[in-house]
Design a protein around this ligand. Structure first.
Ligand SMILES: Cc1cc2nc3c(=O)[nH]c(=O)nc-3n(C[C@H](O)[C@H](O)[C@H](O)COP(=O)(O)OP(=O)(O)OC[C@H]3O[C@@H](n4cnc5c(N)ncnc54)[C@H](O)[C@@H]3O)c2cc1C
Length: 214
């Protein structure tokens, strides 16, 4: 359940088109990972261009923000990017992907009771500040397999997450959720004052009992 006063809730939301062109238009050796040149609207908005060949690529408009856009807005942005940034006006849309991945520091424990281990997004494996999950899912799976193979039991700590990285995720989420608003206008209870003390504390010493995680 959402607790907006306590935690931060953003989404990584996107629409992507797999496009095919008649003439060569893409460099299959080059991936445009995050092109931030477009209008940001006080959010993080970027384009991916992931070529499969010189004539076929996934072009995806992605945002980190609280609320998804109307579908037509993503489509207009992709159309505009294809025309102006890539100079491509003749293309065929052969596939489409649409999605929204949670970006939150809401606790999603990897253990749900003595005999249940949560995996994937349910187990907090989507990284709060990016929405990416594959690497963390694979790391957790490897950790579980290793413990089961060597001890016959799951590991006491199923993820090995470190407190520092949870703090970094929260800091980044807070900055993104405030969308550039001045200090003192935090959208949650994590004010700029507590942000400052939290980050100062990080550079001096870890909170007691947390350093042993992982
Ligand atoms: C379009 C898209 C692109 C992405 N790209 C990336 C990327 O490049 N890198 C990255 O790190 N992350 C990426 N992500 C995020 C990542 O894919 C997901 O966060 C990750 O797959 C989530 O894994 P999961 O196991 O939690 O859920 P899922 O992969 O959705 O798996 C859940 C499974 O449970 C099944 N299921 C659901 N309910 C039940 C039920 N009641 N009983 C039985 N089975 C059930 C579903 O059918 C599904 O197979 C992307 C996500 C999307 C949508």
């Amino acid at each position: 359940m959402k607790q907006p006063q306590k935690h931060r809730y953003l989404l990584q939301h996107f629409v992507g088109w797999e496009v095919e062109t008649e003439a060569n238009a893409f460099n299959p050796e080059v991936v445009e990972f995050m092109d931030f040149r477009g209008e940001q609207h006080h959010e993080a908005r970027f384009m991916y261009v992931l070529p499969f060949s010189a004539r076929k690529a996934l072009v995806e408009y992605t945002l980190f923000s609280e609320v998804p856009l109307a579908k037509a807005e993503y489509e207009a942005a992709i159309r505009e990017y294809l025309a102006t940034a890539l100079g491509i006006n003749n293309y065929r849309i052969v596939a489409e992907e649409v999605g929204a991945i949670p970006m939150t520091d809401h606790p999603l424990p990897a253990q749900a009771g003595k005999h249940i281990i949560n995996l994937g997004t349910r187990g907090g494996r989507a990284k709060p500040s990016t929405g990416y999950a594959f690497k963390r899912i694979q790391q957790q799976s490897a950790r579980l397999v290793e413990a089961l193979a060597s001890t016959g039991r799951p590991p006491a700590d199923p993820t090995g997450d470190k407190w520092q990285f949870r703090l970094f995720d929260t800091l980044l989420l807070d900055i993104m959720q405030r969308r550039g608003k001045p200090p003192g206008t935090s959208s949650g209870s994590f004010s700029s004052a507590t942000l400052w003390s939290a980050s100062s504390a990080f550079w001096t010493k870890p909170p007691p009992g947390l350093i042993t995680c992982g």
